[in-house]
Every structure is written in structure tokens, then in C-alpha cells.
Design a protein. Structure first.
Length: 226
């Protein structure tokens, strides 16, 4: 009874908090000047058909680098907290035949789909974080199919560290070869809408996708070993 009462009170509290937001919401008559500049000049300056990508990777690229750093710190913290010697005990559950068979078929397709998402992040909705999360979901399926599956800490660490180093290197190259840190015009912008366009944005998103996928997969492996 008390539990239900607390749930009702929580729901009412959330309703009170968002009441003014819902009842007094008014659509903005025009874009903010900064947003309008992004919309009007972004495709020409950056060469990316996906305007969100143009903002995230170039105009606000330092914020994205900070988000990747936060994810790295979180993954490192999980690894330190859950670091234990793995015991191959036989009391762990065994996946069903359906899950094990499905993993053989689907894991490679999941990885391929994740790569597609971050490679085409400058053209279609998606990008490095989304593609990396999809790749990590493939690793999760491996762990569900085989509780004793190991990705190889050295391989995962190499992918994570090398992709992060290349990401920072691409950013620094903009300081010397273009107009600033993470300036994508280091390479030719190409033709808007083509795969090989938008300068270094596809390379940056590839680095982000690999880094995020490796970090999330590493977290899943530590959780599985705990």
C-alpha cells in the first residue's frame, strides 16, 4: 500500500514539474541566429549533408572530444572496480541453441551495420557514438551466446587507444593545415552528398565509432567476468 502511494505521489510530482512546460510551450517563430548560421552556411563550409554531424564534429568538436574522454574515464573506472581473476566455473548458465546459432549469423551483420552507421555519419542520421553502440551490442550477443567468450583485452585496448590517438591527431592537423582544431577542411570537401566528402569528418567518425565500440565492449566484458 505504501509503495503504491509513493508511486502515485511521484507521478503527481513529475506532472507538477512539467505542467508549466506543457501548458505554456510556444514554438519559436524563428531560429536562433547561431542556429540559422549553421543551417545556411554549414553545408557549404563543412560539406556534410547531415547538418547535425557538421555541428557535432566541427563547430562543437571540442565538446565531442570531451564526451569521448568522459566515456573513456567511465570505462576505466568500471574496469578498475570489477577487476577480478576470472573463474571458469561450470555453474554459469548455457545459452540455448537458438541464441548460439543466431549469434553465428547475426554478430558479423551487427558489426557491419555499426561500421556502416559511422562511416556514413556525414550523409545520414547516425555517427560515431551510434555506430559504436551497435558494435557493442554485437559483443553483448557474443557474451550471451557464450559466457566464456573473451574479446582479448590487448586487442580491445589497442583499438581504443589507437583510434583515440588518430582522433586527436586529426584535430591537431587542423591547427597546422586548416583554420583550427578539428577543422575538417584538411582534406578536400568533395561533392556534397557523396561518400568521399566532408573532409576529415568520415575519418573522425570512424575513430569515434571504433573508440566507443571498444570502450563499451570492454565494459561489457568486465561486467560479464565479475
Amino acid at each position: 500500500m505504501i509503495k503504491r502511494l509513493l508511486i502515485i505521489i511521484s507521478i503527481i510530482g513529475v506532472g507538477v514539474i512539467f505542467y508549466d512546460l506543457v501548458t505554456e510551450f510556444q514554438e519559436a517563430p524563428a531560429l536562433h541566429p547561431l542556429a540559422e548560421r549553421y543551417v545556411r552556411q554549414g553545408p557549404m563550409e563543412v560539406g556534410a549533408a547531415n547538418l547535425v554531424t557538421a555541428v557535432v564534429v566541427t563547430y562543437r568538436g571540442l565538446d565531442t572530444l570531451g564526451e569521448v574522454t568522459v566515456l573513456f574515464i567511465a570505462a576505466t573506472g568500471v574496469g578498475l572496480l570489477l577487476k577480478r581473476r576470472r573463474e571458469h566455473s561450470r555453474d554459469k548458465h548455457h545459452a540455448s541453441e537458438l541464441v548460439r546459432t543466431g549469434s553465428h549469423v547475426l554478430v558479423s551483420l551487427i558489426f557491419l551495420f555499426g561500421i556502416y552507421i559511422f562511416v556514413n555519419g556525414h550523409l545520414t542520421p547516425g555517427g560515431g557514438f551510434q555506430g559504436g553502440a551497435v558494435i557493442a551490442s554485437g559483443a553483448l550477443l557474443l557474451f550471451l551466446a557464450n559466457p566464456y567468450q573473451e574479446l582479448g583485452h590487448r586487442f580491445v585496448s589497442t583499438v581504443e587507444s589507437s583510434s583515440g590517438a588518430v582522433y586527436v591527431g586529426l584535430g591537431l592537423s587542423g591547427l597546422f593545415l586548416a583554420g583550427g582544431f578539428l577543422d575538417n577542411s584538411v582534406l578536400s570537401l568533395g561533392t556534397l552528398g557523396q561518400l568521399f566528402s566532408a573532409g576529415t569528418i568520415p575519418l573522425i567518425y570512424t575513430c569515434i565509432g571504433l573508440k566507443v565500440g571498444a570502450e563499451l565492449s570492454n565494459v561489457l566484458q568486465h561486467l560479464q567476468e565479475a
